[in-house]
Design a protein around this ligand. Structure first.
Ligand code: NAD
Ligand code: MG
Length: 398
């Protein structure tokens, strides 16, 4: 029997790193959470396992053959989960009236429509898909305001900032007396590598993050610090702060997940072991707190916390992201799309690590003056930028 207090959750991107951590938290609290739908792009074997464990009403998968395989396997196992297929189904399970909360954990621009569908339907939206805000921050935040959706950040930095802001002030930091938002960054695997070695970096090296275990795309973004750049844009939209009020602080231990400085000189930080189950559990139970399976922070073992200014020479992608935020309009969407294409090309060994920024920069220059006032316009810009990036990748890979 469903308890009255049970929250029904749709996990978009259930087979990914964030999706799996979310299900880990769900499994610790069967009295609180019930899975309504699980979605995956291609990995039907992994999704099958999850469906058999959590018995959702719906499972959504990207392609028709995978859906058919999944249906057969589920029927054999006696499961009653209904299998749906394709992008419309993602929006359907994100907005269904039976859903209380949606974990938006699809990677990249593919997550935009379903994340937005959850926001428009007034759900409690647990937003991991930072690209949705980078691409369409204004549209997304307008949808949240119009529907009364509750938006809770999953990205560890933004979750930390949210926790360090007074209740009710998340969208009005000015009134809360905020002077600056300090986003911490680990600096990734190449923070201290000799610059000369960066030219020969392999995908394996770029994906070997010192502190966090994550999907491949975001791991490369952490290595280039584009991840922090996207997070600067994300923070701008989530908390309504201009670029000038956001500072990036390289902090290699990843123990302080971010900070808020107030006009009286106080700086509030949120600390913890680097484990995404903390922000996930925080958002899922908010405003309560629940056990997340995360180890206690041992400050004696950590012993010291270091801070450095980011090196914009070493990490040109960070500078490109600040430039895109300041330029506004289509620039952040172009930045995101060109970066996705460049990272995919790097992971496929078609371009070198240092080429990632070289793909993005000229695309950004072409974005000046392009308007993005509707979702269709955003998607058109996204497609256009991918064409620009592909041409650039071709040139560089020759
Ligand atoms: P991942 O690659 O591990 O998982 C991505 C998920 O999205 C998978 O379930 C995959 O099946 C699904 N997916 C991929 N392409 C899709 C498509 N075209 N259509 C439908 N579904 C698709 O990624 P992740 O590391 O879990 O990251 C997910 C999101 O969370 C990203 O936006 C990332 O920036 C953000 N995030 C991740 C972390 C982390 O620690 N992993 C931290 C902060 C923010
Ligand atoms: Mg983050």
């Amino acid at each position: 029997m469903r308890q009255p207090a049970t929250q029904r959750i749709t996990v978009l991107g259930a087979t990914g790193s964030i999706g799996q951590s979310t299900l880990d938290v769900v499994a610790r609290h069967p009295d609180r959470f019930e899975v309504f739908a699980l979605t995956a792009h291609r990995q039907d074997d992994k999704l099958l396992e999850q469906v058999l464990r959590f018995s959702p009403q719906y499972a959504v998968i990207g392609d028709v053959e995978a859906a058919q395989r999944l249906r057969v396997a589920l029927a054999e196992a006696g499961s009653r989960t209904e299998v749906l297929c394709g992008p419309e189904a993602l929006e359907q399970v994100a907005a269904a009236s039976d859903v209380d909360m949606v974990m938006a954990a699809i990677v990249g621009a593919a997550g935009l429509r379903p994340s937005l569908a959850a926001a428009r339907a007034g759900k409690k939206v647990l937003l991991a898909n930072k690209e949705a805000l980078v691409l369409s921050g204004q549209i997304f935040m307008d949808a949240v305001a119009a529907s009364g959706a509750v938006l809770l950040p999953i990205d560890s930095e933004h979750n930390a900032v949210f926790q360090a802001l007074p209740a009710g002030y998340a969208r009005a930091p000015g009134r809360a007396g905020v002077r600056r938002v300090l986003l911490t960054a680990s600096g990734g695997p190449f923070r201290a590598a000799p610059i000369a070695e960066l030219a020969a970096v392999t995908p394996e090296q770029a994906c070997a993050h010192p502190n966090w275990v994550m999907g491949r795309k975001i791991s490369v973004d952490s290595a280039t610090m584009m991840n922090k750049g996207l997070e600067v844009i994300e923070a701008h939209w989530l908390f309504g702060v201009p670029a000038e009020m956001i500072e990036v602080v390289v902090h290699r231990q990843s123990v302080i997940h971010s900070m808020v400085e107030y006009v009286d000189g106080s700086v509030l930080a949120q600390l913890g072991n680097p484990d995404m189950r903390t922000p996930i559990a925080h958002a899922m139970a908010w405003p309560e707190r629940i056990e997340a399976g995360v180890r206690s922070l041992d400050l004696f073992e950590i012993a010291r916390l270091d801070f450095e200014r980011p090196d914009f020479q070493r990490f040109p992608c960070l500078g490109l992201a600040f430039a895109a935020l300041r330029a506004g309009g289509a620039a952040p969407a172009v930045l995101n799309a060109a970066n996705e294409e460049a990272v995919a090309a790097f992971l496929d060994r078609r371009i070198a690590y240092l080429d990632i920024a070289r793909v993005i920069e000229p695309c950004l220059e072409r974005s000046a003056g392009v308007a993005v006032d509707s979702l269709d316009a955003v998607l058109a810009v996204d497609a256009q930028a991918r064409d620009w990036a592909s041409a650039q990748i071709q040139t560089l890979s020759r």
